[in-house]
Design a protein around this ligand. Structure first.
Ligand SMILES: CC(C)(COP(=O)(O)OP(=O)(O)OC[C@H]1O[C@@H](n2cnc3c(N)ncnc32)[C@H](O)[C@@H]1OP(=O)(O)O)[C@@H](O)C(=O)NCCC(=O)NCCS
Length: 168
């Protein structure tokens, strides 16, 4: 399905396109100084996609998928437990470095928020590293607010949980 987000061509991805999403994630994270994605992250993405209710979005430039994000039903126990009523979970926001600063991540996240409205989520959450100023600027610009929830990522770095209320 073709979508048009903030003037950028977006499309929905299939579960079989995990490898495309993973390649974008790894390239973007290396450029951001975090190193390639960990096995634990890949496992989490696979588990989320295995739930049929997760939607994958790609941004397309010159026929190539250059950005990705996913909207899932939020679940207890870091994604493995029961669904949390009314709460969407945004993850895997990444853009190939050659395309940074053009509003592609903003378009992807906006599209995921549109989907959250369609799915009648009341709120959407995400986790972001405290050091990731660029991503935090983007999320705060879009209206996400930091909560008091914190955890350490796979590398022992601090992450904050952010949340936005979805206007239905
Ligand atoms: C974080 C990341 C996804 C941003 O992608 P991007 O396509 O460059 O993001 P955008 O161009 O949509 O927006 C980012 C910037 O524009 C700003 N921005 C976007 N729209 C704006 C607007 N209308 N007005 C003001 N600022 C705006 C954002 O706040 C941010 O600020 P900066 O350019 O000063 O850094 C990308 O850098 C990346 O892939 N990083 C590695 C992976 C990662 O860390 N993902 C986040 C995990 S939580």
């Amino acid at each position: 399905m073709k979508l048009q987000g903030d003037g950028f061509p977006l499309r929905r991805g299939a579960v079989s396109e995990l490898d495309i999403a993973w390649a974008i994630w790894c390239e973007a994270n290396i450029a951001a100084g975090r190193g390639p994605g960990s096995k634990a992250t890949l496992g989490r993405i696979k588990r989320r996609l295995a739930f049929g209710t997760t939607t994958l979005f790609f941004a397309v430039q010159d026929g190539e998928s250059v950005g990705v994000t996913m909207l899932a039903q939020a679940r207890e126990k870091s994604g493995d437990g029961n669904p949390v009523d009314g709460l969407g979970h945004l993850s895997t926001v990444a853009v190939k470095p050659a395309y940074w600063g053009r509003g592609i991540a903003r378009a992807l996240v906006n599209e995921a928020l549109n989907e959250a409205r369609v799915r009648k989520f009341e709120r959407v959450q995400l986790w972001v590293n405290a050091w990731n100023a660029r991503a935090i600027r983007l999320y705060e610009f879009l209206g996400f607010r930091q909560t008091t929830d914190q955890q350490l990522d796979d590398y022992g770095k601090l992450m904050h949980r952010y949340e936005i209320s979805v206007e239905l």
